[in-house]
Design a protein around this ligand. Structure first.
Ligand SMILES: [Zn+2]
Length: 225
């Protein structure tokens, strides 16, 4: 009996090792005040924990429950760079601006946590094989950030914005509305985007065109389309 339990534990350990994602943080901006601010106010250990928490959260929200549902990503590296802007993701790397960290006014740890959630979505989300609108890609990333309660206070309120694929907070709020019409909508949309993209996906999932959904969304908040 004991032997069987031990065998099972060894199996579990090996299973976990195989499927675990490895996180590395490299601070290339330590000679700048922003790089030092990252080290002192956020730190590599917290950043790695946050990347891991973000991954678990994204897998849950986007319902990437099995390895077969997900990209085959084994290692994600976060670089703190001396650069302009905020952050970007490419090739399983996240690049964070040390200048942004150093200049941020307010709760920088919470802000960077939200930024890392957003960038980590880019690591895991499908992009319609390159065919999805950039605004939708950014909207899904901010939708997950919203659901994780890391939306900054300066974001637009629900019902605001000019078009559904404007991106970022505007599209995130719209996707949240679509999600309210059918639980799991964003996960289903992302799954459909694995191999291609079409606006028809909104019709397939919700029975209405994306333009009609946008108009009804605007109307709900008293904004005429
Ligand atoms: Zn983004």
């Amino acid at each position: 009996m004991i032997k069987h339990v031990l065998c099972f534990l060894v199996f579990l350990h090996a299973f976990h090792q195989t499927h675990a994602v490895q996180y590395t943080v490299i601070n290339k901006a330590l000679s700048t005040s922003g790089g030092v601010a990252f080290r002192d106010k956020i730190g590599a250990d917290y950043a790695k924990q946050t990347l891991d928490s973000a991954t678990q959260f994204i897998w849950r929200v986007l319902q990437l429950n099995n390895p077969g549902d997900r990209k085959n990503v084994q290692k994600v590296t976060l670089y703190v760079d001396d650069m302009d802007g905020v952050a970007y993701a490419s090739n399983n790397e996240i690049h964070l601006s040390g200048r942004y960290v150093g200049n941020y006014q307010g709760d920088v740890k919470r802000e960077i946590t939200g930024v890392l959630y957003h960038e980590m979505v880019h690591i895991w989300q499908w992009n319609g094989n390159g065919g999805a609108p950039g605004g939708l890609i950014e909207g899904i990333a901010d939708y997950v950030r919203l659901k994780a309660n890391y939306a900054p206070s300066h974001w637009v309120k629900p019902g605001q914005g000019q078009k559904w694929d404007q991106g970022y907070d505007v599209t995130a709020r719209f996707l949240d509305y679509c999600e309210s019409l059918k639980s799991g909508f964003v996960a289903e949309l992302n799954q459909k985007m694995r191999t291609a993209y079409s606006d028809q996906f909104f019709v397939d999932i919700l029975g209405k065109s994306v333009d009609q959904l946008w108009n009804e969304y605007k109307a709900k908040y008293g904004n005429l389309p």
